[in-house]
Design a protein around this ligand. Structure first.
Ligand code: WT7
Length: 646
């Protein structure tokens, strides 16, 4: 790992809102008067009724609860829209850049207010009330943001399902939270290709008895079947309602949204975030980590189907009255210069993306970048997975021409917002390190037994105490919430990541230490892919592990044992890959399917994943002790076959 240090550029230091001195003052106050600190920071939001207590959380089993600003009352949509009207009604709230470079729209705060109110009134006219769940299965179009904010306005709980997930995945997410209404589009459009969203909804809904209504936004305008009594065109509904809708006063701890994410076991968990703490965290981190200045155009390339899209396309920037750019397309369409062309077209100052996109673009050489100006860029950001120093240096030197700090932001769906990241005006950078914890975040490293490790060391990354943006529960399963995050190392939140801390106290995330893999910055549970595999008629048993992948970071390596009498073939391999894509979605596409005569198991029948991981990594010299295997010869066979595949 590179230990090269990039000092803070003087032009950034000179006018950063949080410089080293202010950072020290804030940390000081956090130490001496945390309540005063949070009371002051919470002024970033408009409260309908002030809170009297800030943090009342405890990670201890006996007193377990996570609560912030609990008796405060506010509304997220009012904070993200209405309160900006007096001063910036005509400022662009959302710049929408279509998949087709000829298509774009600028939505001012005044327009956003009208659209959110109308969308909220459509939801109400369709029977949605405070506390109801609404599933959003939408492409990256402004209506997605309107729908999220409309739910927030009336107190409905949105559950956004990434439009790349299959009908099956959509159905299980709808069922888990009993959504009453689904919002979708006729089709999505990405890289010039159509995505049949309404068709997936139609396939999902026969298995979702809770859904009464489907609102369909016309994106491409191609005809889609409409089920009478259930499906309604959004445009027609919109025309019937008023452009005025009061916002519902919400308790700070009332639910804002559910977002499903993969874990190491079982089905995806419904991560639940609430109103006050989440919004404060999204707003504060967006403001401070990106050093946002009023009037700047800010662009986060994430899809709203992921938490990054929630916190840093919609809620954080809009709470701050910023201009947020929403991109429907992909980095490679019409050509691999697209990101930088969009930066030039809209004068983007802050650009936040994922290492996987950078690695893919790097492969195209510097030409597509050099063909553009990028003079507007001031701050660059990275998220989703460890950024390798080569990609970091390329981002810094080629994209930012050496003048833009890179904020490498570590966080998770569960944390609501950024947890470990540099502050552009206060932190020297080291390529590959997410650097230092954000205000109020107390990371610690522990060994396998939960003993805290001090100084420069490596271990399991935990967080010692609550922060406002923390998830509050797993929807419908509070026990699972406690078990998953607080039981491994009692009294601490366990992230599932490993990390190294260097002599300067900088954190270097080393990746997941559980059975979760990170494919292109997206989390995938190996157990989920395995259960999709074994649902295939010809598969008896399957084990999935991560493998190094030059673009995706990690790829999916599947070991598959067929039913007796079945023969592995290229056709069957293709069929299995297609099956998994259909069961989960294209992001779960196995990179390698290896037919295995048997899997390495202990005598008690437990699959030894450690060995499978080593084989997938091509690291077969250090398999460790295999003497506990029921049949050690299986390993030889797997190694030999694996060499033929990779
Ligand atoms: C996991 C969380 C954070 C929003 C997008 C992903 C990995 C995330 C970094 C980073 C190293 C990172 C971790 C984490 N991760 N950001 N900057 N450096 N690793 O959210 O799907 O909840 O995944 O992504 O492993 O646990 P997510």
């Amino acid at each position: 790992m590179s230990e090269k240090r990039h000092p803070i550029p003087s032009h950034i230091r000179a006018c950063a809102r949080v410089d080293a001195r202010r950072r020290a003052e804030w940390l000081d106050q956090l130490r001496n008067d945390p309540d005063g600190f949070w009371r002051r920071e919470a002024r970033r939001l408009d409260w309908i009724r002030d809170f009297t207590r800030s943090d009342e959380s405890s990670f201890d089993e006996a007193a377990f609860q996570i609560r912030w600003f609990a008796d405060g009352v506010l509304n997220v949509a009012a904070n993200c829209v209405d309160r900006h009207l007096p001063e910036r009604a005509e400022r662009a709230a959302i710049i929408w850049e279509g998949d087709n470079p000829e298509e774009s729209r600028v939505i001012t705060y005044r327009m956003l207010h009208e659209e959110v109110c109308r969308f909220a009134n459509v939801l109400k006219a369709n029977g949605i009330r405070k506390g109801d769940r609404v599933t959003l299965y939408l492409p990256m179009i402004p209506e997605a943001a309107y729908a999220m904010l409309a739910c927030a306005r009336i107190g409905a709980i949105h559950s956004v399902v990434f439009a790349g997930f299959s009908a099956d995945s959509l159905a299980s997410r709808i069922r888990d939270c009993d959504s009453r209404l689904v919002v979708t589009a006729d089709e999505g459009l990405r890289g010039g290709r159509k995505v049949p969203l309404k068709q997936s909804v139609d396939e999902a809904l026969p298995h979702c008895p809770s859904v009464e209504t489907v609102l369909v936004v016309a994106r491409t305008g191609n005809p889609v079947p409409m089920t009478p009594g259930r499906d309604r065109w959004y445009a027609a509904e919109r025309a019937l309602v008023s452009a005025d809708c009061p916002s519902e006063p919400m308790g700070a701890e009332d639910p804002l949204f559910i977002l499903y994410t993969s874990g190491s076991t079982g089905t995806p968990k419904g991560v639940l975030h609430t109103t006050g703490g989440y919004l404060l965290w999204a707003a504060m981190t967006h403001d401070v980590v990106f050093d946002y200045r009023p009037g700047e155009v800010y662009w986060c390339t994430a899809d709203i189907g992921w938490v990054t899209g929630h916190s840093y396309v919609v809620y954080g920037p809009l709470a701050n009255g910023a201009t947020t750019l929403m991109f429907e397309g992909v980095p490679s369409y019409p050509d691999s210069s697209r990101f930088w062309q969009v930066c030039d077209k809209w004068n983007v100052a802050i650009f936040y993306t994922a290492p996987t996109a950078l690695r893919a673009l790097m492969r195209e050489g510097d030409g597509p970048v050099a063909a553009t100006s990028r003079q507007s860029l001031r701050i660059l950001g990275s998220v989703g997975e460890p950024i390798n120093p080569e990609a970091w240096e390329w981002f810094h030197r080629v994209v930012g021409e050496g003048r833009c700090p890179i904020v490498d932001t570590w966080w998770q769906t569960e944390t609501g917002g950024i947890m470990i990241a540099p502050l552009p005006g206060a932190t020297d950078l080291k390529p590959g390190s997410a650097t230092l914890p954000f205000f109020g975040v107390e990371p610690l490293l522990v060994d396998g037994e939960g003993r805290e490790l001090t100084g420069a060391t490596e271990g399991n990354l935990c967080i010692a105490r609550s922060w406002p943006g923390q998830m509050r529960t797993v929807y419908g399963d509070h026990e699972r919430f406690f078990q998953t995050y607080f039981s491994t190392f009692p009294g601490r939140y366990f992230t599932g990541d490993g990390a190294r801390r260097d002599e300067d106290g900088y954190y270097w995330i080393t990746g997941r230490v559980d059975d979760v893999i990170n494919v292109s910055g997206h989390r995938m549970g190996t157990a989920e892919v395995e259960s999709a595999l074994v649902a295939h008629a010809k598969i008896a048993e399957a084990a999935v592990v991560g493998m190094p992948h030059p673009i995706k970071g990690q790829g999916i390596y599947a070991y598959v044992t067929l039913n007796v009498g079945e023969e592995g073939s290229e056709t069957l391999r293709e069929d299995i890959v297609r099956w998994v894509r259909r069961e989960i979605g294209p992001i779960a596409t196995p990179d390698i399917v290896q037919f295995a005569p048997g899997l390495p198991k202990t005598r008690s029948g437990k699959i030894m994943r450690r060995i499978l991981r080593k084989i997938a990594e091509g690291d077969t010299d250090s398999l460790g002790d295999i003497s506990t295997l029921a049949d050690p010869s299986v390993v030889e066979r797997l190694i030999a076959d694996s060499r033929l595949l990779t």
